[in-house]
Design a protein around this ligand. Structure first.
Ligand code: NAD
Length: 498
């Protein structure tokens, strides 16, 4: 472990937050959070069961009515205060995030915590400008107003690749809009979110809100998560994670409102008229940032055959810049370890499938030996990838740059669209006409022209494309407010009022 890191004393065993208090599981059970960086146990967290979920849901239900009726500007002040609290503690949160997730402190964790705070600020700004229409009616005595209001008790279930920013995408708008929220963070990376949870508890206290507005419970998705989403007193679910998990949650949720942010398999398409230096730099970033563990990572690089050789040379040069390192050390951009064994296994399986079918690894390809854990996997470039390979058909989620060639733009569209995912794609071209050729045809929720698939800004509406399995609803900015509120119409007969 880096000599200057020690786990904050506040992360003891009692890491659930219910009704403003830290507590353990009612059973007393715990599980270990192990650092992918060092292999050491960072902390123990409660292994909750149904009884803990019942307690959190009852607390959130009790708090909801008053919270929903609270003034909107006061809720805006609350989420702004949360942002301040997060920023006051950002270094401590970011260090824990790096140690439990594996990402670079300077280049990834600190920016993630800052973006976490920003999501609360954006929610504060957006909620006070959420206007709704007045509807003209045939009956002249009627005036019809519309409102958006908090749905009720909201369950938020999140993955391990962005342990604080993804929760904040739900918590900011969800709290600002008047929902009470229970979050279950991913079991690999709950600790940084627990520290953010403390900031939320403190902000609720600062503003004089009930502590029951926010709860956090930890435990396995298959038991705690599943019981939470099925609970009759949970009114809406915000979920980010794998497509199969999202499908399972929807089957359990019944008619509850859901917001689903699921897997991606974003290609970066490199056309023959692209700036190849820029395209190679962007592709390397898209493949290796957070060791490829990003929903909008560049999972595939589709390159026009005419520029293939030049592009691959440039890509290899860029890939060589991405070195493995301890995430708390190093000034330069670096990659930390993968977060967990199943991600390592999937990465190895996809590479071995591709090699068996004829693809060639140009650099990387094998985990590095002699590191503190098994999880340090280098930047890998693999050429000659074809449409039948797992690297093309499935999300890999590792630091791999698979190069696939195409001969026509129509073929590139076909390859891009043929997997079930459609989250974020990128196209490099110097032609506006070509950019729109792709924009009109790619089945994706988001398209980036001339930048990496990993480009986003916090307030941008982000989510899956229609007809794909990357989810629905939008995270980012004011659009999320529509997904975390329900619509209410009030018709008034003004003739019958005093
Ligand atoms: P995952 O689906 O395995 O787990 C996500 C969360 O769901 C975890 O908290 C887990 O405990 C919980 N869970 C698991 N089974 C559950 C069940 N039956 N009921 C309720 N909850 C359950 O995903 P992961 O491996 O943590 O994350 C990686 C995936 O997330 C990738 O597919 C990635 O593309 C996706 N992702 C999507 C976005 C997006 O914005 N679309 C962003 C980040 C990650």
């Amino acid at each position: 472990m880096a000599s200057n890191f020690s786990i904050p004393g506040s992360l003891g065993n009692d890491n659930n937050i219910i009704g403003g208090k830290r507590c353990g599981a009612l059973s007393g059970d715990t599980f270990d959070v192990v650092s992918p960086v060092t292999g050491e146990v960072l902390a123990k967290v409660p292994e909750c069961s149904k009884e803990d979920v019942d307690k959190a849901v009852e607390t959130a239900k009790q708090a909801w009515y008053d919270y929903k009726l609270s003034p909107v500007f006061k809720r805006a002040a609350l989420v702004r205060r949360i942002a301040e609290r997060v920023l006051e503690n950002k270094m401590e949160i970011a260090e824990v995030l790096s140690m439990e997730q594996g990402k670079s402190l300077k280049h990834e964790s600190l920016p993630e915590v800052e973006e976490t705070a920003k999501n609360f600020v954006l929610a504060a700004e957006d909620i006070v400008r959420m206007e709704t229409p007045i509807i003209p009616m045939e009956d002249h005595n009627k005036r019809v107003l519309t409102f958006r209001e908090g749905v009720g008790v909201m369950a938020v279930i999140t993955p391990w690749n962005f342990p604080t920013v993804i929760p904040s995408e739900y918590l900011g708008p969800g709290l600002a809009a008047g929902n009470t929220i229970i979050i279950k963070p991913a079991s690999f990376t709950p600790l940084s979110m627990i520290l953010v949870g403390d900031c939320i508890t403190q902000a609720l206290k600062d503003l004089g809100f009930s502590p029951g507005v926010f709860s956090l419970i930890t435990g396995p998705g298959s038991t705690v998560g599943e019981y939470l989403v099925s609970h009759p007193d949970v009114d809406m679910i915000g979920f980010t994670g794998e497509t199969v998990t999202g499908e399972r949650i929807c089957s359990k949720a019944g008619i509850k409102k859901t917001l689903m942010e699921l897997g991606g398999n974003g290609p970066q398409i490199v056309c023959d008229d692209a700036n190849l230096e820029e395209a190679a730099k962007a592709a390397a970033f898209g493949c290796f940032y957070n060791s490829g563990q990003v929903c909008c990572a560049t999972e595939r690089i589709l390159v026009d055959k005419k520029v293939h050789d030049r592009f691959v040379r440039l890509l290899l040069k860029e890939a060589g810049e991405w070195k493995l390192n301890h995430p708390l050390e190093g000034e330069d951009y670096c990659m930390g370890p993968l977060n967990n064994e199943s991600t390592l296994k999937k990465t190895e399986e996809h590479l071995s499938d591709a090699v068996k079918k004829g693809a060639a690894i140009l650099i990387g390809g094998k985990k590095e030996e002699g590191r503190p854990t098994n999880l340090y996997f280098p930047a890998t470039v693999i050429d000659g990838v074809t449409r039948d390979m797992l690297l093309n058909t499935d999300e890999t989620f590792g630091p791999v740059a698979p190069v696939i060639t195409f001969e026509t733009d129509e073929e590139a569209v076909e390859i891009a669209n043929e997997t079930r995912y459609g989250l974020q794609m990128a196209v490099f071209t110097s032609s506006i006409k070509k950019a729109f050729f792709y924009a009109d045809r790619l089945r994706t929720g988001n398209l980036v022209v001339n930048d990496t698939t990993d480009y986003w800004e916090a307030h941008e509406p982000f989510g899956g494309g229609g007809g794909t399995k990357s989810g629905y609803g939008r995270l980012g900015g004011r659009f999320t407010l529509e997904d975390v509120t329900s619509f209410k119409t009030v018709a008034i007969d003004i003739e019958k009022t005093l």
